[in-house]
Design a binder for this molecule. Structure first.
Ligand SMILES: C[S@@+](CC[C@H](N)C(=O)[O-])C[C@H]1O[C@@H](n2cnc3c(N)ncnc32)[C@H](O)[C@@H]1O
Length: 273
């Protein structure tokens, strides 16, 4: 397990995605997890929707805040935009540079709450699954609005952990586990807040959509669901016996093809008046 400092955050073998924890990350593991997430149909759908809404023009400055391994920065280059990723993790920036393989992209150190750009200097901005890791999302979105030029476009994508369903499971055990994970997440209900954050930053909403990630049967024993009982038991919110019953139930259910896990993600686009 990776030990973390600097506030709550998912404490797992990959470390946390919070900016305060960049020194304690397992970058290889994080890149693996991000690749797995990026392959989900719901994530593909929302990434494509956001790009469509943003429609970068050749020569425009297009920024991805919290750019991770850089896939969405590279996508901007296909439009001939000046593509920039802002990313606090040195390890993920290095991985993004490696994956860019010489493509015309820039990766800069920075955080959503203090973007390294002049006022009104950015044409297009996106940020995906980042605000859930941010303590003060209103500060971050106001900062995004500051750097956008009048007429500039923005798209935000995020998960809402209040929409997570796992079936079958003991409701009381599940509630304690979800309660623990939500408590460890800076902004667990980020998805439902996106529209309000953009509107309150003075931006005009231009579109909104959602996509639900439905986990395949093998997800009952792998990935987030496969490790959540161990993490919750280690944190003391469920007993070892409850953890064992939880994972055994899911394993048996998946063998019958009857496991269900889903999580809804939201995307909202806006323009600066
Ligand atoms: C779940 S990952 C998503 C990465 C990428 N946006 C994607 O769609 O694959 C969250 C990213 O946000 C970054 N991050 C965390 N806190 C941040 C902050 N305060 N400002 C900017 N990025 C942040 C993390 O380092 C990580 O790259």
């Amino acid at each position: 397990m990776t030990e973390t400092t600097g506030g709550p955050g998912f404490v797992t073998e990959r470390g946390s995605f919070r900016a305060a924890h960049v020194a304690n990350q397992n970058v290889e593991r994080q890149a693996f997890v991000l690749d797995q997430m990026a392959a989900r149909p719901a994530v593909r759908t929302l990434k494509a929707w956001a790009l469509d809404q943003l429609a970068p023009a050749p020569g425009e400055t297009a920024v991805d805040v919290g750019s991770g391994t850089g896939e969405d920065v590279l996508a901007f280059t296909a439009y001939g935009a000046r593509a920039i990723g802002v990313e606090p993790s040195p390890g993920l920036r290095a991985e993004a540079v490696r994956r860019a393989a010489g493509a015309p992209v820039e990766y800069v150190e920075g955080q959503a709450e203090a973007l390294p750009f002049e006022d009104a200097s950015v044409d297009v901005l996106r940020s995906e699954r980042v605000l859930q890791h941010v303590d003060h999302p209103a500060v971050a979105v106001a900062e995004m609005a500051r750097v956008l030029r009048p007429g500039g476009r923005i798209a935000l994508i995020d998960t809402d952990w209040g929409t997570a369903i796992i079936h079958p499971a003991d409701p009381d055990v599940l509630q304690r586990m979800f309660g623990y994970f939500r408590g460890e997440t800076a902004n667990p209900y980020s998805g439902r807040r996106l529209r309000g954050l953009l509107a309150e930053a003075g931006l005009e909403i231009t579109g909104e959509t959602a996509a639900t990630w439905i986990e395949p049967q093998e997800g009952a024993t792998t990935g987030f669901v496969g490790m959540m009982h161990t993490t919750a038991a280690r944190a003391g919110v469920i007993t070892d016996a409850e953890a064992e019953a939880f994972t055994q139930t899911l394993r048996d259910t998946a063998e019958r093809g009857a496991f269900h896990m889903s999580l809804t993600m939201y995307a909202v686009s806006a323009r600066k008046p």
